[in-house]
Design a binder for this molecule. Structure first.
Ligand SMILES: [Zn+2]
Ligand SMILES: [Zn+2]
Length: 336
C-alpha cells in the first residue's frame, strides 16, 4: 500500500484516509453489532482513551482525594491539595504529549494535520509564545475553575446536600451511570460550545481558545475563565442526577484531560519503532475538532454524540462537506 502519511495539499494540510463519521450508536434503524463494536471494540469509544481517563478518575478518587469527613467543611488546605492533584494530572497528560510530540518531535510531522509547529514569536499569545500562553490558561484559569467546581461538589456530597448513591447498594445503576457520564459530557460540550459561538460570548471569551488555529495538546484547555466556567459546568448535572462522588469526578476529570488528545494535532501516535515499515501507531483522532479550529462554523461537538449531524454543521473534511459549509455561509450572508 502506498504510504500516504506525508502527502499534503497546497496549504501543507494532511488529511487522514478514514474521514470522521457519526457514530453508529444513534443510527436509525439501529445497528446493534456496529454499535457494540464502536462502544467496546479496539480504538472505539471506550478503549483506550475513555477507559484510561475513567481509570485515572478512579485512582484519584481512591488515593488522591481527601476523606469525606474532611470535606464536610470547606477549607483552604484540602482544596489546595485537590488543585495540586488536578494541575499534576494536567502536567502529566498535556505536558507528556507536548514533550513527546512537540519538544522531542518523536514522530516529526508524520500523521500531523498541519505542517507547521506551534508559534514561538507571536504577539497574539501571552509571553509571545503559544505553548506558554496555552499552559498558563490551562493551569491557572482551568485548574482553578476545575478545582472550585469539584470541591464544592465534593463538599455537597459530604454533607448530603445533593442526592448520593452508594455503589454497594446500586452497583448496576452506578456502572451504567458511569458509562452515561461519557455521553452526557459530550452532549453538554456541544451545547456549551455552540453557545460560546454566539457573538457576544465569542467576543468576551471563546476568541481566546480560537487564537489557536494550529493546535497543540495545551491548546485544549486554553480557555478564558468564563469559558472554563461554562465548559466544566457539566459536573453540576450531578447535583440533580443521583450520583456517587466518583461520577462527578469522572465527569470533570474526563473533561479536564480529554482536550489534550483532542488538540494534539496528530491523527496517530507512533509508539515504538519509527521505522515506517514496522511502526506501531495508535489512533489519536482529533481531526473532527481540528476542522473546527480551521473553519469555526462546523463541528461544535463530537462524532460519538453526533449533534452536528442532527443540526447540520457536520464537516468530515471532504470537498462535498466543504462546499456545503460554504453554501451555508453564503445563505446566511444573504439573509443578513
Ligand atoms: Zn478546541
Ligand atoms: Zn469553537
Amino acid at each position: 500500500m502506498p504510504d500516504t502519511s506525508e502527502v499534503r495539499d497546497r496549504r501543507g494540510e494532511w488529511q487522514p484516509d478514514a474521514l470522521p463519521r457519526p457514530s453508529p450508536l444513534f443510527s436509525w434503524p439501529p445497528r446493534l453489532a456496529a454499535a457494540l463494536r464502536y462502544l467496546f471494540g479496539r480504538e472505539g469509544f471506550l478503549f483506550p482513551y475513555n477507559a484510561i481517563y475513567v481509570g485515572i478518575a478512579t485512582l484519584a478518587w481512591l488515593y488522591l482525594t481527601p476523606s469525606m469527613e474532611r470535606m464536610e467543611t470547606l477549607a483552604f488546605d484540602w482544596i489546595a491539595l485537590v488543585y495540586l492533584r488536578n494541575v499534576g494530572l494536567m502536567v502529566l497528560v498535556f505536558g507528556g504529549l507536548h514533550l513527546r510530540l512537540y519538544v522531542k518531535r518523536a514522530q516529526g510531522t508524520r500523521y500531523k494535520y498541519s505542517d507547521k509547529w506551534l508559534a514561538t514569536r507571536d504577539k497574539r499569545f501571552l509571553f509571545g509564545n503559544q505553548t506558554l500562553d496555552n499552559a498558563f490558561w490551562s493551569l491557572v484559569s482551568g485548574g482553578i475553575v476545575w478545582t472550585a467546581y469539584e470541591s464544592i461538589t465534593l463538599w455537597a456530597f459530604a454533607n448530603r446536600i445533593i442526592p448520593y448513591v452508594d455503589w454497594r447498594e446500586r452497583p448496576v445503576y452506578c456502572a451504567l451511570l458511569l458509562l452515561a457520564v461519557l455521553f452526557l459530557r459530550e452532549a453538554h460540550f456541544y451545547v456549551t460550545h455552540r453557545l460560546s459561538h454566539w457573538k457576544p460570548l465569542y467576543k468576551a471569551a471563546h476568541y481566546l481558545h480560537h487564537k489557536n488555529v494550529n493546535v497543540g495538546p495545551w491548546s485544549g484547555m486554553s480557555m478564558h475563565p468564563l469559558e472554563h466556567m461554562l465548559y466544566l459546568s457539566g459536573i453540576f448535572l450531578h447535583w440533580i442526577i443521583p450520583s456517587h462522588p466518583l461520577h462527578a469526578m469522572a465527569h470533570i476529570i474526563v473533561s479536564g484531560l480529554a482536550p489534550a488528545k483532542g488538540h494534539a494535532g496528530f491523527y496517530k501516535f507512533v509508539v515504538g519503532s519509527s521505522d515506517t515499515e514496522h511502526e506501531k501507531a495508535i489512533r489519536a483522532g482529533g481531526y473532527f475538532h481540528y476542522l473546527h479550529h480551521r473553519y469555526f462554523t462546523v463541528n461544535f461537538g463530537t462524532e460519538a454524540v453526533p449533534m452536528d449531524k442532527w443540526f447540520g454543521s457536520f464537516h468530515d473534511g471532504s470537498s462535498e462537506a466543504h462546499d456545503a459549509m460554504l453554501e451555508r455561509r453564503k445563505r446566511k450572508r444573504n439573509v443578513m
